[in-house]
Design a protein around this ligand. Structure first.
Ligand code: NAD
Ligand code: MG
Length: 390
């Protein structure tokens, strides 16, 4: 029986995870559920899944949730704040941690799970993009198991040989082919991109996701973050990672081998597939996702990405090449820019411009510990805000 801490239970990945968990009460039970501010939603999830602990963002929220749970006769312990998130991610009572908080807010709890040697199911790509080597070192030192939830990386994982050791050359791997839908603006006139609204940006053609990752998909920063994620997860050099536009989102990614074989993983675009895969690995379980109907899909298309239309993709490759703090700076500037775009403070095209300026201004620094990483994150955020208000 796996005992799960679900970080970010009220989000898109969180709810898909609970949907899979609920199908297999013989395999999984919930130890802890966390949410930032959606207290009513979290209370409803607690009533359904009876966690031992629930964690929220503030003392006020904790008080409200405690009262609601007590009134319903639940004995769930309620706590709040970052340390409480780290505590449930590393608790002896849990075997498995689903890291599904969005953005840098998930870094410390996800790292705590890695240090504690848990089975870590990683959806929170920003945590890995920021901390790179530190994160992979923590996994190696504790003997934790790291399984990717991001659909592309889960697909790649499924196409790799058993006991893959993060050395593509040693396994006869030529390239990792990361597929991208291209998002809602794939074919839109570039000249009109400045005026797109948050509503248009979050309307993804194939996937239903949280707001931040939806904007990242529209700018293709999501694919950029995924390139960096693939580098760390699979030990692939930047030149070994190729982005392929595939608007149908049926092939979730591919691995090209030295003998000319290309292995792909296909499925309907539904995150319950990678979630079920990682939860049950190496077994296979029902995820609730329907079988794919290839005759109905009929056509699969592939194109090269357009770096003029999607400058964020180039910026992410640049950050990966630069190494050190560059990816953390890219991520921090992007989080600030995306939030500002969602709040209608800046236009869509300003997102890559701001990131570019922040990366130019901040010299690449070595990141040897969490302290220096958090300092670079702080500097990049402060500078992005300053530029925005200049
Ligand atoms: P979401 O916005 O739907 O949910 C985010 C969750 O994080 C919520 O439960 C929220 O309470 C919690 N949260 C937000 N801010 C927090 C904070 N400051 N402190 C603690 N908790 C906080 O996001 P999502 O779409 O589920 O994405 C979650 C992560 O998974 C992201 O890193 C995203 O890139 C990744 N991911 C998502 C998908 C998808 O299909 N949604 C696919 C691949 C990867
Ligand atoms: Mg993805």
């Amino acid at each position: 029986m796996q005992s799960i801490t679900l970080l970010g239970a009220t989000g898109s990945i969180g709810l898909s995870t609970l949907d899979v968990v609920a199908r297999h009460p013989d395999r999984y039970r919930i130890y802890a559920l966390t949410a930032h501010s959606k207290i009513d939603e979290l209370a409803a999830l607690c009533l359904r899944f009876h966690p031992e602990v629930a964690v929220v963002g503030s003392a006020d929220a904790a008080q409200r949730l405690s009262r609601m749970l007590r009134d319903s006769g639940l004995k769930t312990d309620v706590s709040y704040g970052e340390q409480a998130l780290c505590d449930v991610a590393s608790a002896a009572e849990c075997t498995t941690v689903m890291a599904a908080i969005v953005g840098a807010a998930g870094l410390k709890p996800t790292l705590a799970a890695a240090h504690a040697g848990k089975k870590v199911l990683l959806a929170n790509k920003e945590a890995l993009v920021m901390s790179g080597q530190l994160f992979m070192d923590a996994i190696a030192a504790s003997g934790a198991t790291l399984l990717p939830i991001d659909s592309e990386h889960n697909a790649i994982f499924q196409c790799l040989p058993l006991n893959y050791q993060r050395t593509p050359d040693a396994h006869g791997i030529r390239k990792i082919l990361l597929t991208a839908s291209g998002g809602p603006f794939l074919n839109r006139d570039v000249a009109t991109l400045e005026h797109v609204t948050p509503e248009e940006a979050v309307a993804h053609p194939n996937w239903s996701m949280g707001r931040k990752i939806s904007v990242d998909s529209a700018s293709m920063m999501n694919k950029g973050l995924e390139v960096i994620e693939a580098h760390w997860l699979f030990g692939a050099a930047p030149e070994q990672i190729e982005v392929v536009i595939h608007p149908q989102s049926v092939i979730h990614s591919m691995v090209a081998y030295a003998d000319g074989s290309v292995l792909a993983q296909l499925g309907n675009p539904d995150m319950r597939t990678p979630i079920a895969h990682a939860l049950a690995y190496p077994d296979r379980i029902d995820s609730g996702v329907e079988a794919i109907d290839l005759a109905r899909i009929a056509q699969l298309e592939f194109h090269q990405p357009d770096y003029e239309r999607f400058p964020c993709l180039r910026l992410a490759f640049d950050a990966l090449q630069a190494g050190g703090s560059a990816a953390a700076v890219l991520n921090a500037a992007n989080e600030i820019a995306v939030e500002a775009f969602l709040e209608r403070k800046i236009g869509f095209r300003r997102i890559p411009q701001l990131i570019d300026l922040v990366m130019e201004r901040l010299p690449v620094a070595a990141v040897n510990d969490l302290g220096s990483l958090l300092e670079q994150d702080r500097l990049a955020r402060a500078y992005a805000l300053e530029l925005m208000h200049a």
